[in-house]
Design a protein around this ligand. Structure first.
Ligand code: AMP
Length: 327
């Protein structure tokens, strides 16, 4: 079975857009691959984080992903910072990476422009990402197009290391995620629903209460017509609600158009709100069981035990080959 690796950066709140666009496809992939899923907390600190908030978010993220269907029996789930061999491997890889390569990364160029006081971590995090990928010999890394370059860098670093010190790493490949449905902001349906949006009324997060969900959907921006018809260009609000509904239920666009042919926007919104509430209620029930449970710690303990051993072996192999040894 091929190995797949996914890192989840614990920043912001997980939205309905993340759920539909990223988590549901992940749940589907777990059937086909041996998956390593980690909370990329060391990647989160390339920018300043409030320690208390970060700590809470780490636990919340893991609990939410599991509540959404990421199965701990099918995946190896762990917290990146608990595996001390990963930054150690990262350093060894930094010393086999050229400054020119790292500074050419598009993400680095863009993000370093946004803040003049950026950390060195912003430059080197793609090498940490290479360590994340290479220590466990991952075959595939599902990424959006913006991260493709980083997986290619990991491949280049691995290939160079193999040439310098003999075969050590498998060469990973990016698994480019297909452009799925983009869920739009409820208040401004021409832009993506995003966790960094300042107006919370357009964004549904996975832990919103029933009342919040109903309120947000009932007040979602629509057009002045009265027809429930899919037309992303002219009726982005209604079409977005249709996309949400179809993604979370057995409905299709056609079945919705038929069902609501003679009904009002109000009726349709009530229906969509009900579908979202039912889906999120199930996720939240499991989330609240997990969040303070020992079960969650047991999952992470199991994950870190396995991955630490793998990373330790890779680290030892690397240091031996590089001459970092007294024997
Ligand atoms: P972000 O929250 O922007 O870091 O994105 C994390 C993942 O969630 C990426 O795979 C995105 O493609 C996906 N995602 C984020 N927002 C949406 C959205 N509004 N609709 C669909 N997918 C989304």
């Amino acid at each position: 079975m091929q190995k797949l690796l996914t890192g989840l950066k614990p920043t912001g709140e997980i939205t309905l857009g993340n759920y539909i666009g990223a988590i549901v496809p992940m749940v589907e992939l777990q059937e086909e691959y041996e998956s390593y899923i980690f909370i990329a907390d060391m990647h989160a600190i390339t920018v300043n984080q409030d320690p208390m908030e970060l700590k809470n978010r780490i636990r919340k993220f893991i609990a939410l992903y599991i509540a959404c269907g990421i199965d701990p029996n099918k995946n190896i789930i762990y917290l990146q910072s608990e595996n001390e061999y990963i930054p150690a491997i990262s350093w060894l890889l930094e010393c086999t990476t050229y400054y020119g390569e790292a500074s050419r990364m598009i993400q680095f160029k863009e993000k370093s422009k946004q803040n003049a006081n950026f950390s060195v971590g912003l430059l080197t995090y793609p090498i940490l990402m290479a360590a994340d990928i290479l220590y466990c010999d991952a075959d595939l890394v599902p990424v959006g197009i913006d991260q493709k370059q980083h997986v290619e860098l990991a491949r280049d670093i691995a290939s160079r290391f193999n040439k310098m010190y003999n075969e050590t790493f498998k060469l990973p490949k990016p698994l480019i995620k297909e452009e799925g449905i983009k869920i739009k902001d409820l208040k401004n349906p021409t832009k993506k629903m995003s966790k960094s949006e300042a107006n919370p009324n357009g964004v549904i997060t996975l832990l919103d209460t029933k009342e919040q969900i109903i309120k947000k959907i009932m007040s979602a921006t629509t057009d002045s017509e009265k027809v429930i018809k899919y037309d992303m260009e002219n009726k982005p609000g209604i079409s977005n609600l249709m996309n949400i509904c179809v993604s979370l239920s057995n409905e299709t666009i056609e079945s919705l158009e038929k069902k609501f042919a003679k009904k009002s926007y109000q009726d349709f919104k009530k229906y969509v709100a009900d579908v979202v509430v039912k889906k999120l209620e199930k996720i939240q029930k499991r989330y609240y069981e997990l969040i303070n449970s020992q079960e969650l710690d047991a999952i992470l303990d199991k994950g870190i035990e396995k991955t630490r051993q793998i990373a330790k072996e890779k680290y030892m192999e690397m240091t031996n080959k590089m001459g970092l040894t007294r024997k």
